[in-house]
Design a protein around this ligand. Structure first.
Ligand code: KIV
Length: 266
């Protein structure tokens, strides 16, 4: 079985099969996500927060995104690998946007890219699609715009902003995006967008009617507790498990219990 393609994404929507997606940023976790049968792995710029310990995603660079995308691509056999375009890698113009998007495919082994925005990235999506770069769009709460939005806030609650998001969903579809992330918007709006457009919607804090779901790996596994959004479901508590393991390791060293006979050379 080869890697999942954009055609498989569309087929899933047509056949009413849900799409599973998660972020990953390195070889071991990408391998686990792939073995778990997850359809798509997003190398998200959320790595700025959950891996680099930053306050937001804005400082993440192209070099860092390409580096992490390479680690993930090396591990993955089946899932689609999607590289996330960092802040200022596409906002400066269509030529920059296409050049930087192409680097994810050419240098880092991704088979698609994701970028944030609606109207303002329409031309970029058209140009990338013309260059055979599959594009996943992302509207609603777009973390690279936190300063404009005034923080990590639910979007589309007023009639005007809901209508704007609906228009933008159609716009990115017309521009050639193969899928659309809907982040932190009301359930009914996500349902309406999902019903109106022909490309799959992937929700994060957008309710159950989307064609698929995505979450940040470190939230799902309980590795990041500085800030846990309401829409996150924790499926494990790896931080607690890792802490217990390392405390035990330290104590066994201090007490002379490690290394024991089985871990020594004679
Ligand atoms: O950067 C990221 O991980 C994302 C997802 C949360 C959608 O954009």
């Amino acid at each position: 079985m080869g890697r999942i393609t954009i055609n498989d994404f569309i087929k899933k929507k047509t056949e009413c099969n849900k799409i599973s997606m998660i972020t990953a940023y390195d070889y071991p976790f990408a391998q686990i996500a792939d073995e778990a049968g997850i359809d798509a792995i997003l190398v998200g710029d959320s790595l700025g927060m959950v891996v680099q310990g930053l306050e937001n995603t804005l400082p993440v660079s192209m070099w860092e995104m390409l580096y992490h995308t390479k680690l993930v691509s090396r591990a993955v056999r089946n899932a689609m690998v999607i590289g996330d375009m960092p802040f200022m890698s596409y906002q400066t113009g269509t030529a920059d946007a296409v050049r930087n998007a192409g680097r994810f495919l050419k240098e880092a082994g991704a088979s698609a890219i994701k970028l944030e925005g609606g109207t303002e990235v329409e031309e970029h999506i058209r140009a990338m699609t013309r260059a055979d770069i599959p594009v996943m769009a992302h509207i609603g709460l777009t973390p690279q715009a936190i300063h404009r939005m005034g923080g990590f806030k639910v979007q589309g609650r007023t009639e005007d902003s809901a209508n704007k998001l609906l228009r933008e969903a159609h716009l990115v579809e017309d521009a050639g995006a193969f899928a659309l992330i809907l982040e932190a918007i009301p359930v009914d709006l996500a349902k309406r967008i999902t019903e109106e457009i022909s490309i799959p919607t992937i929700g994060i804090g957008a309710g159950p009617h989307c064609d698929g779901q995505v979450l940040v790996l470190h939230d799902v596994l309980g590795l990041f507790d500085r800030f846990v959004p309401k829409f996150v479901k924790k499926y494990a508590n790896l931080k607690e498990d890792a802490l217990k393991a390392l405390v035990r390791y330290r104590k066994e060293i201090e007490e002379g219990l490690f290394p024991s006979d089985e871990h020594r050379f004679k």
